[in-house]
Design a protein around this ligand. Structure first.
Ligand SMILES: CCCCC/C=C\C/C=C\C/C=C\C/C=C\CCCC(=O)SCCNC(=O)CCNC(=O)[C@H](O)C(C)(C)COP(=O)(O)OP(=O)(O)OC[C@H]1O[C@@H](n2cnc3c(N)ncnc32)[C@H](O)[C@@H]1OP(=O)(O)O
Length: 196
């Protein structure tokens, strides 16, 4: 089941933004990216080649879930991503639920990093294929209120061989508040090199 579709836990802002991007997707300039609990957006055969000895893939795949997708509805990461091919950028609308608390009433920095990693990761995945995060630097400028809706804007800045350099920022829905900024390096996996 695609978990990046509206559900009753979404606030008015979340639904509004989703509808705006779905409208923008009508002419094909934007594309809604589905997101599943335990289904990759790539064929498992294309992924297994990089993780041949990963126990998970062989023995425990049935228990494996995408981390941000394993909270009950509305309590953890509620999000939807949209990709703009021409501009090589991805937007993630994100509503962080009450189970993601760090400081009282605000999102935990690790929860923010998760959505940054996932949004940059998806952008890198689309641009470069099977990638992994090599480096992630985050500046937390303002604390993100729990249960608020934010917009993550992520883009590819430079590609050098297997290295993809990306950046993103997190803003409020009205774009007035800059919550976080991040830069990252993702590396496209080399099937000839063992990961472990
Ligand atoms: C995993 C995705 C599978 C695909 C799934 C498909 C769909 C899933 C659907 C939805 C999920 C949403 C998004 C999925 C996308 C991403 C998931 C999130 C990403 C992660 O959450 S993933 C977990 C955290 N991540 C790791 O667990 C990686 C641990 N790490 C390693 O596994 C190796 O480290 C690796 C593979 C990164 C590189 O290893 P390697 O051997 O292939 O490459 P090598 O070391 O030769 O480096 C090549 C060039 O990068 C430079 N370089 C390397 N590291 C650098 C650094 N830190 N700073 C500066 N430069 C660096 C070198 O200096 C050299 O540069 P030069 O060529 O110029 O010398």
């Amino acid at each position: 089941m695609d978990l990046s579709l509206p559900n009753p836990s979404w606030s008015k802002d979340m639904r509004l933004l989703f509808d705006q991007f779905m409208k923008k997707s009508e002419d094909g300039s934007w594309k809604h990216l589905p997101s599943y609990k335990n289904k990759f957006s790539r064929r498992i055969e294309d992924i297994k080649v990089f993780f041949p000895d990963a126990k998970l893939i062989k023995e425990k795949i049935s228990q494996a879930q995408l981390f941000p997708r394993n909270f009950e509805e509305g309590l953890g990461f509620e999000y939807a991503m949209f990709h703009n091919h021409a501009e090589d950028r991805t937007v993630c609308i994100f509503q962080g639920g009450p189970y993601l608390q760090g400081a009282p009433g605000f999102l935990h920095g690790g929860a923010i990093a998760t959505m940054i990693d996932s949004t940059l990761g998806m952008t890198a995945l689309i641009a470069g294929g099977i990638v992994m995060t090599a480096n992630l630097n985050i500046n937390f400028k303002r604390p993100i209120p729990l249960c608020s809706v934010v917009v993550i804007n992520s883009q590819v800045d430079k590609v050098e061989g297997r290295k993809l350099f990306l950046s993103c920022n997190i803003r409020s829905v009205d774009e007035q508040t800059l919550y976080s900024e991040a830069t990252s390096l993702f590396v496209k996996l080399d099937p000839e090199k063992s990961l472990t």
